[in-house]
Structure formats: structure tokens, C-alpha cells
Design a protein around this ligand. Sequence first.
Ligand code: ATP
Ligand code: MG
Length: 450
Amino acid sequence: MRPGIAIPPDVEYILNRIAGAGFEAFVVGGCVRDSLMGQSPSDWDIATNAKPEEIKGLFEKTVDTGIRHGTVTVLYNGKGYEITTYRVDGPYTDYRRPKEVYFSANLKEDLARRDFTVNAMAYNPSVGLVDYFDGIGDLRRRIIKAVGNPDKRFNEDALRMLRAVRFSAQLGFDLEADTLASIERNSSLIVNISMERIRDELTKTIVSKCPERFGLLQKTGLLRHVIPELSALMEDEDMSCHMLKTLTCIESDAVLRWTMLLHEIARPVEDAEGEKSRRRLQGLHADSTGTVRTILKRLKMDNRSSDNICRLIYYLGMTLDDDPRSVRKAVRKVGKELFEDLLKVLEADLLAQGSRFPGKGPENGNDGIEKLNRIREIYNDIIATGQCTSLKELAVNGTDLLELGISRGKETGLVLEKLLDAVLEDPELNSRDRLLELARRFAGDHCQHN
Ligand code: ATP
Ligand code: MG
């Protein structure tokens, strides 16, 4: 049976236009793989024996995306399509990228330079599926297998090892035995790859539909070279289980998943007896997010994500009670923009508890979840009734305090903080009159003390 690939009309138009000029054109790579799996591709890449200049002559609007590598983007009906001339890679010298690339007249050569068999298929409606490396068989067997000799391919470009794990997580496929063994042998080559590219692959792996396959990075030895601090923790089987499980217990969002992945590095954890203990593993201080920050900096994570991850991990260790006053105080500390994420992170950690301490009854977990649900209800109520949890939501501001003769910056700040403390205790106090009255008293106290 010929597998059905439903090519969108615009892509078909582009293929026909190139063929009409006497060249070959195929859709290739991810779009063929996804179509054969019954998923709709995010983009359609095209390979051709026409040279970039020839492609530019055939279409009205084009962009020179990577002309040196033979890629031209054709803009058609408001969308962009990457069209790349058949290529063979020149010699690889630094475990990263070929020094030069050469154009080829031959589709088979172009497919042979691609990383995995499931990514090395091409299709067009007149020829049908072109599959020299049994990609279709590996799709059926659900495996990620290097095209050609895996040792050679990973030595050419070490990033492919992380891509193998990433596709395994995205597609839910296993690594083929020789490919897996080769990654184990060559894992140390990953140090040749830039941190940005490593980080992007790690993020794609953890936001995927099978994030627990991140465990393959530990299994293959890649993680030891990429995040040694995490790798050290994951040597403990129970810990490793717990960390991978927490990834599956939270929605697919980069900040939330990174938080779960790294939370055990910084957090004071309960030991098997259920007592709070400070964990010191490999000399890491359990009660600091310093190590997490160091890791994220090394990975060149953007500042905003990095801050949010560190804050969530820090607050994960905070005691949070299920009464409105305690929740308001927590919201003040954490901020409304991050509090819902904190609840998600707490929940994921609780849901995965059982996997960290096998045999430790689920009652604990359930108690925790019920308490968390009450906290969420209280929080929703705080939002719905517009309760004040920050200085900017107070019914008075610094200018109002001027009327009372409070004008020095420092004093103004202190009085506002005290007013917020009072409002967190009793939300009813958040009216201009009552706060000015309170402020008058605070200011008096303050003057007496000075
Ligand atoms: P998606 O874009 O959905 O993540 P994809 O398969 O399109 O998946 P890309 O990274 O966009 O992945 O790469 C497009 C194609 O280019 C791949 O399918 C593969 O054939 C080839 N390719 C990409 N990177 C490499 C590499 N490092 N080595 C060999 N081939 C590669
Ligand atoms: Mg792609």
C-alpha cells in the first residue's frame, strides 16, 4: 500500500512549478515522517536538484535564508517554504559542522547525509515515497536509527546524539540498539557543541510528550557532560524515578518542566523517615538555588526564564498553610504572576512523591493534594474578590501619605509596608480612610522611636 501523504495545495503548486521547469523536487524530512505517522507537519521542507539561483528565478518572492548551504525560502500565500538544493557534506573537522557543503545532483546522496532513517525519506506525488534506508520500517518498529554507521555519524556531528534522544521523546520511539551503544561510546564528544544548541535540544526533550525519556541522557552518559550536577543526583535510582515522574505530572511548558527537572538539586527534602533534613550530596548545599542558577547560566538560559525557575524552586521549599491569611502572605512573596505556576509545581511534586519513596503510603500524597486544592480555592477567591496582596493594590500610595507629613522616601516605604502587613491580616482594612487613619498611628509610633 502506498502511504498517503496529503500535500497542501500551496506545496503542490511549488513542487509543480519546479518540475515544470525541468527539475526534481520532493518534500523531505520531518514533514514526510509526521505525515506517515498521521500527524500534520508544522512545516514543509523541499529538496531539489535545482540550484538556489534557479529557484530564485522561478518564484516571485524569495529570501536568501542560507544561500551558502543551498537554502532559499519561497514566500507564497503569506507562508514561507524552505527549498534546499541536494547537498553532500564536505569533511567534518570539529565534531560539529562540515567545513564545506557541495551541491549534488542526486537525491540519494542528500538523504544519506540526514541523521536518522525516519528523517531521511522524500516524497512527491508523481514518484511516490523515496525511502533508501527503510525509514518506513523503522517508523513501524518505532525506533530511532542512525543513517549509516552511527559512530561515523556522531563523530561528524555530536549534536545528533542529543537529537536522537529528543526525537525518541517527541515520537515515543526507542533508540535502536547499535545507535544506543554508539551514543554510549561517543557521549563525551558532546562537549564540542555550543551550550545554546545543547539547551535547545534539552528543552525540546523535556517539553515533549514523553519527557521521562530524558532518562536516556543519564543512561547514555550524555548528561554527565552536559549537567553533571543533575547527573550525580540521578545516580540514585529512586531520586531519578521521582525527577522523571515529576516531568510527566506537569503541563508541557519550558519553565515548569525545567523547574521540575532541577528542583531536587536545591530543595531541602524529606528523608525516608519523613523528617526534614538538609541533603548534602556531592557537596551541594540543599538549601540554596545557587547551583541551579549556575547551571542555567552555563546553559545560557534567558534571564526571565532563569529567574522564574529559580524562584519557583526556592518557593517550593516554603511552608504554605491552607488558611486565607497564610495564602495572602504567600501571594505577596511570590507575586500573582507566578503563584499559579507555584501551585502547579507543588502539585506535580506531590503527585510524584510515591515514586521517590516507594512504599510510603499514598495517604500522605492525598492529604497533600487535598490541602493544595483548598489553597487553590482560597487563591481563586483572593483573585475573584480582588483582595490586595501587593503595595500597588493598596488603597493609598506615597502621595496620599504626604498629607500626613510623611515625605521621606524611607519612612514612606516603611509605613506602606506596615499598611500592607495589616491588610494581609484583614482585607477589610483596604480603604483609603481606614488606611490613612492607620498610617497616622504608624507615623506617630515611628517618630517616637526616632
Ligand atoms: P521538527 O522540525 O519537527 O523538530 P525535523 O525533522 O524537521 O523535526 P529539523 O531539525 O527541522 O527536524 O531538521 C530537518 C531535517 O534536516 C531533519 O529531518 C533531518 O533530515 C535533517 N537534519 C537536521 N539536522 C541534522 C543534523 N544535525 N544532521 C543530519 N541531518 C539533520
Ligand atoms: Mg523542521
